[in-house]
Design a protein around this ligand. Structure first.
Ligand code: TYD
Length: 277
């Protein structure tokens, strides 16, 4: 287990079970993958190594065997990093499985459906309630890009969203600032570029339009998803408009405020990038 890994999950190299259990197991896995979108191979392999502190943030509610499905889904939703390791699986030598009877299977499928409803369906509605932004859309301007923050969805207890210097925030954070109380819907902010400063801008509540211009390409991005940040690196003219009243803009910067790093005149910006490209 290295620093970059949050959990290790096993997978059975070869399953030593009667053929019908192997078939049922394969069908079950296929359905689970389809319903929950697992990225790991074997959700039920009970060989796992998990960092203890993950459970300070992720709360598991299930009490039956489907707790594995709940756990892996929540791990994926929190963007935890994992590796997989093959483990041997041996024949059962004593006793027989208590699981394979009709009423237990039926109960498990009902519970799985409830789980899917709660942590996939309702979750995706909450995620997509952000109005139509597609952050996967390519950023066309230079000196920009998208970063995604790690987050833990605690459902009605809120979301915990995390940015860390030199990890998902690709520089050391020296300064943060935020803009709130945007009561004037015609407010225009920004309208400048920087010579050296690197920043990442987030809309952590509400929405606004971010206009980016690298001197050649222009792009408008609707900011309304608190988990994504847009890089505002040097030599990128940026303007923010159309703020919703509840909008809160958060900016992380890699340096202190220095007025001489600003270019506040658009013609001077074009001149600067022509000289410094
Ligand atoms: P400015 O960067 O022009 O705001 P925006 O781009 O959002 O329209 O900053 C407005 C004023 O605030 C300006 O006089 C400088 C001051 N300021 C600081 O003193 N420290 C800071 O970190 C920032 C961002 C601004």
């Amino acid at each position: 287990m290295t620093d970059e890994i949050d959990f290790v999950n096993g997978f059975k190299i070869k399953r030593h079970d009667p053929w019908y259990r192997i078939v049922i197991g394969k069908v079950y896995h296929w359905i689970m993958k389809l319903m929950f979108g697992f990225k790991i191979r074997d959700v039920d392999c009970d060989f796992r190594l998990i960092r203890r502190n993950i459970f300070d943030k992720i709360d598991l509610k299930r009490k039956t065997g489907i707790i594995c499905v709940e756990m892996i889904t929540k791990f994926h939703q929190a963007d935890l990093r994992f590796v997989e390791v093959g483990v041997n699986h041996y024949n059962r030598e004593y006793g027989c499985s208590q699981f394979f009877n009709f009423s237990r299977l039926l109960r498990t499928f009902i519970d799985l459906f409830k789980l899917w409803w709660e942590i996939i369906f309702l979750y995706s509605i909450k995620e997509k309630s952000s109005k139509g932004i597609n952050y996967d859309k390519k950023i066309k301007v230079k000196n920009s890009g998208v970063i995604r923050l790690q987050f833990y969805n605690d459902f009605s207890d809120g979301n915990l969203v995390i940015g860390e210097s030199e990890k998902n925030v690709p520089f050391e954070i020296r300064r943060i600032y935020y803009i709130n109380n945007l009561l004037n819907s015609n407010a225009i902010r920004g309208e400048h570029a920087h010579k050296k400063l690197k920043q990442i801008i987030f809309c952590i509540n509400g929405s606004f339009i971010l206009e980016l211009d690298d001197g050649t390409n222009k792009q408008k991005i609707t900011m309304d998803n608190p988990y994504y940040g847009i890089k505002l690196y040097a030599k990128l003219w940026h303007t923010m408009t159309s703020f919703s009243k509840d909008c809160v803009v958060l900016v992380l910067a890699d340096d202190y405020y220095k007025e001489d790093d600003y270019i506040r005149d658009y013609d001077k910006f074009l001149e600067y990038i022509n000289k410094n490209d």
